[in-house]
Design a protein. Structure first.
Length: 254
């Protein structure tokens, strides 16, 4: 009974965090304030506000996340997951076409928002949802449900005028990304691993790819990304089904 009450209370607290995330970060302020300077400034301010709120509420509600020392062997297990975060660059390499020059200044200007986005989403979706919100479910279900919530929130991009087909495609690959990041967190029990993978995905697969790409994606783009996504998902399911349970069992015996 006490465990059920604790989980219920944790869920209410995390729902408040989600609501704060929606109000500060996801709300499309750019539709109201259309200004080249105010939009990025407001986004950065919103993320900082959310992270301060998150940290305060996390301590107040006792929603702490476990931190374990990450061993080198655990990072080696994570190497196949990196392919998903650089799949667009792999596509450009296979395409072997000329690319635009990379603008380091534009890349540096996007880093503050990217860092804040990654930290906010990982602490909330991988940390709190997996660790506390779905605590009474199996590990696979916790990662699956947290990934579905993470992906579903991207449907709100429809209000930003993005075509529905593009939004649905974004929902699919963010679900796959969520499964990968959730597996990385479950395997290493350290938030820095999914944070770094997510950061790599946003910087390489989005910012750098958008600067390098000369032409629009073709059928090969979808084939390469789909194949990489399927293979990485199979690898994640293997880790969740066989490697992580035995790893936890060994820790308990020790």
């Amino acid at each position: 009974m006490e465990k059920t009450t604790t989980i219920t209370q944790n869920r209410r607290n995390i729902e408040w965090m989600l609501l704060m995330y929606l109000l500060t970060v996801v709300f499309p302020y750019d539709l109201i304030i259309q200004h080249n300077l105010w939009t990025p400034t407001l986004r950065i301010s919103a993320f900082i506000l959310f992270l301060f709120y998150y940290r305060y509420y996390q301590r107040k509600a006792g929603l702490l996340l476990p931190v374990q020392k990450v061993k080198v062997i655990a990072l080696i297990w994570m190497i196949p997951l990196i392919t998903l975060t650089i799949s667009n660059i792999i596509y450009l390499w296979i395409l072997n076409e000329p690319t635009n020059p990379l603008n380091p200044l534009n890349l540096l200007m996007t880093l503050p928002v990217t860092i804040l986005v990654v930290m906010s989403e990982e602490l909330l979706f991988r940390g709190q949802l997996i660790q506390h919100y779905f605590a009474n479910e199996t590990l696979l279900k916790r990662i699956l449900f947290s990934s579905l919530v993470f992906a579903a929130l991207h449907l709100l991009n429809l209000f930003s005028g993005i075509p529905i087909g593009q939004v649905l495609l974004q929902v699919v690959y963010t679900w796959v990304l969520g499964m990968v990041l959730g597996t990385a967190y479950a395997f290493t029990q350290h938030m820095m691993v999914p944070i770094m993978l997510h950061f790599c995905f946003n910087v390489v697969n989005q910012t750098i790819y958008q600067q390098l790409a000369v032409s629009n994606p073709n059928w090969l783009y979808f084939v390469v990304n789909s194949l990489i996504g399927i293979l990485v998902m199979i690898y994640c399911l293997y880790l969740l089904r066989f490697v992580i349970p035995s790893k936890h069992l060994q820790n308990e015996e020790m």
